[in-house]
Design a protein around this ligand. Structure first.
Ligand code: NI
Length: 182
């Protein structure tokens, strides 16, 4: 039975703490929570379930948003109509990043930020992430465009950073000739 997750609001202090590295093996509880996060994010991106369970659509979650300051992120990326790639990365690190900067044209959203925040969030167009899977095997992910933004957004959560921290209050919007808007 699906049970939606309780996701903390931005005002909760968990969202502003630096999370600690995880050791293996993962606890049963952590594994269960990872699966629930995958289910929640997947359902939130399928219209029928989004309505049925009153979910806000989202493609990523980090453990601090669930009240646990552990370095675990989950991303469910829709690659085709209701077809998803799931990424679970434990202790993720960005090991390389493109010089090219992009931003989501409509801005970013966050399941912990229950209000509209306008502005472009500059992000690297491509990143390579290293970390571990749930079994403790070393993994490497190359992400570009929307997925790259998602990884940078989720890894920020592990350091207590929210997307709007990266919006320049003096210049919240960029032109297409300044950074590439996607
Ligand atoms: Ni977020």
């Amino acid at each position: 039975m699906f049970k939606k997750l309780d996701i903390l609001d931005e005002k909760d202090p968990h969202l502003r703490k630096k999370s600690t590295e995880v050791t293996f093996p993962l606890s049963k509880e952590d594994k269960k929570l990872i699966q629930r996060a995958i289910d929640h994010l997947t359902y939130s991106q399928i219209e029928e379930y989004e309505k049925k369970y009153d979910l806000r659509p989202g493609m990523g979650l980090a453990f601090p948003q669930l009240g646990l300051n552990k370095r675990i992120i989950v991303i469910v990326h829709e690659i085709d109509d209701e077809t998803f790639d799931n990424y679970v990365v434990i202790n993720p690190k960005i090991i390389s990043e493109s010089e090219e900067i992009i931003a989501a044209e409509v801005g970013e959203g966050c399941l912990s930020v229950n209000r509209e925040v306008e502005g472009h969030v500059p992000r690297h167009a491509r990143v390579t992430i290293e970390g571990y899977d749930e079994e403790g095997n070393k993994i490497r992910v190359r992400a570009r465009e929307e997925l790259s933004i998602a990884f940078q957004h989720e890894i920020d959560h592990l350091d207590g950073i929210l997307f709007y921290d990266r919006i320049d209050p003096k210049k919240p919007f960029y032109r297409e000739d300044e950074i590439r808007l996607i």
